[in-house]
Design a protein. Structure first.
Length: 79
């Protein structure tokens, strides 16, 4: 796929917010009182990832998937 940008809009209190950020999406902004849900105002979080963001983070994300998050106690190996 040759997408240049993928956007994601969600309720700012949605549990998927942290999932989106850990997947490489960056917060662009909060649309305050953007929607009315159950007779109360709801803020909308706007996130996106661009093709250059994705390329820059791919190696880091793959290492996290394969080996898990780095522990702060681990020493960096010198090649």
């Amino acid at each position: 796929l040759k997408y240049r940008r993928v956007g994601w809009e969600m309720d700012s209190k949605d549990q998927n917010f942290s999932v989106a950020q850990s997947s490489g999406f960056l917060l662009e902004g909060i649309l305050r009182k953007n929607r009315v849900m159950l007779n109360s105002n709801s803020d909308t979080a706007v996130l996106s990832v661009t093709n250059s963001d994705w390329r820059n983070r791919t190696e880091e994300m793959m290492a996290k998937i394969l080996y898990g998050p780095k522990k702060s106690s681990e020493k960096k190996k010198i090649k």
